[in-house]
Design a protein around this ligand. Structure first.
Ligand SMILES: Nc1ncnc2c1ncn2[C@@H]1O[C@H](COP(=O)(O)OP(=O)(O)OP(=O)(O)O)[C@@H](O)[C@H]1O
Ligand SMILES: [Mg+2]
Length: 138
């Protein structure tokens, strides 16, 4: 099964739409609650990162019996130092984003802790791509 979502940068009112939809779908498919929980947390953080840090992005979700594979591809400033961005507490969030309650620098570490595989690639001035894989061990 394949699903796609569009995410607009800056629009916090819609942040979480894709992760809520994925939660509903995984529940319908009777996926283990623990797997649903971690996948939804990982997608939510990645979704909010597009809203907070990029201009726009696309989310593609592939569900197979073995795994949940999510790609988030955005147009944005990119991440100059991915290792640094992966560290807990590192954030370049703007004052506006912090006012919304984000910017603790915990999003990417949270994604990493809530999936089986995380790949990040980024080109400064172009955008960022995240690939998040969660195994479904029924
Ligand atoms: N999609 C993205 N495009 C550009 N930069 C990003 C993107 N995602 C993350 N970053 C960069 O990586 C940093 C760390 O991201 P992370 O999600 O860990 O923290 P945060 O978004 O700043 O705060 P939090 O997620 O805790 O609200 C961000 O501050 C930003 O500099
Ligand atoms: Mg974040």
């Amino acid at each position: 099964m394949h699903f796609e979502f569009f995410v607009e940068g800056g629009d916090f009112s819609k942040a979480g739409v894709a992760s809520s939809e994925l939660k509903r779908l995984l529940k319908q498919l009777n996926i283990k609650p623990a797997i649903i929980k971690k996948t939804v947390v990982a997608l939510y953080e990645a979704e909010v990162n597009i809203v907070a840090h990029a201009y726009e992005g696309k989310i593609m979700i592939d569900l197979s019996p073995e795994k949940i594979y999510i790609v988030l591809d955005d147009k944005g400033p990119g991440i100059p130092d991915i290792n640094l961005a992966m560290q807990e507490g590192y954030s370049t969030a703007s004052a506006k984003v912090r006012e919304m309650g984000f910017g603790a620098g915990m999003g990417i570490p949270n994604i990493k802790n809530n999936c089986d595989e995380l790949k990040i690639s980024s080109e400064v001035g172009k955008g960022t791509k995240l690939e998040i894989t969660t195994k479904i061990n029924v």
